[in-house]
Design a protein around this ligand. Sequence first.
Ligand SMILES: NC(=O)c1ccc[n+]([C@@H]2O[C@H](COP(=O)([O-])OP(=O)(O)OC[C@H]3O[C@@H](n4cnc5c(N)ncnc54)[C@H](OP(=O)(O)O)[C@@H]3O)[C@@H](O)[C@H]2O)c1
Length: 288
Amino acid sequence: MILVTGAAGKTGRAVIRALVRAGASVRALIHKEGHREAVSKAGAREVILGSLLNGDDLVKAVAGVRALYHIPPNLHPKELEIGELVISAAKGALLDQFVYHSVLHPQIEAMPHHWQKLKVEERLLESGLPYTILQPTAYMQNITSQLSDIFEKGTYQIPYPVSTRTSLVDVEDVARAAAIVFGDQSHLGAIYELVGTGELSQQEVAQILGKGLGKPIQAQQIPIAYWESQSRAAGLGSYQINTLVKMFRHYQIHGFPGSPRVLSWLLGRQPTSLEDCLARELEGYQVE
Ligand SMILES: NC(=O)c1ccc[n+]([C@@H]2O[C@H](COP(=O)([O-])OP(=O)(O)OC[C@H]3O[C@@H](n4cnc5c(N)ncnc54)[C@H](OP(=O)(O)O)[C@@H]3O)[C@@H](O)[C@H]2O)c1
């Protein structure tokens, strides 16, 4: 049995599906009853209700599992505390493997959500647990989840220059990589960067979106202040907004480049391209 934390989110559901496809039994940790259906539909055999911020809940969640996949909640101010609590619970459970879902380039201090992940990595390295660390770059799904808006406006809007170059990954490839590292002793002690594409400018991303959607799409830089007011109106909290603004400023200067070599080796094939990810997600998607 493998425990998956952060199980109801977009990463968690993809990871559960991939683990189940690979023949594993999954216990999903969720903190809201309303998330039960989503993780069950993804294939979780057991569902446990509890908070990642509650040590007792975590001890119950790890009881009887052989391995754990820890997915920290997205942009959570207490990501380090959560990581420490999960590691502490795992230490009491004699796990065969602790896989940590980190991020590409956690060592960038200017981005708080990366820096917190680096600290969790450090705790894990010092925990004595048999660990594997996965470091995915930004998901293609951050873009494809906005397809209807992009199609409607004819623009792909980002709060940094359109020339900014970033490397992306398909979350389904990340999930497949997670399933591959489980249960294979040779992946213990490893840290793998999970990157699906070379560096794409935002103009190139827009071009690919345009081809897939059958309509020209322009990349357009929007002011950070405008993005901020829209996000605040949509209910995003201050920590999340401030963290993302720091990320956008970092992207503006440095981009977010990575290499697909490690993921290609792990998967035994080329990672999914943005074109193919888009085509897959457009299947069944009706452009109006
Ligand atoms: N998106 C990317 O491009 C990307 C790339 C690399 C790494 N990552 C990392 O991947 C991780 C997961 O991202 P995601 O987009 O899959 O996140 P997500 O969709 O927000 O999923 C996280 C899940 O954790 C739940 N959660 C929140 N607080 C909790 C608590 N106290 N106890 C138990 N569960 C709790 C959330 O529930 P609610 O919905 O109720 O909050 C949600 O179901 C993040 O740490 C992110 O930094 C993301």
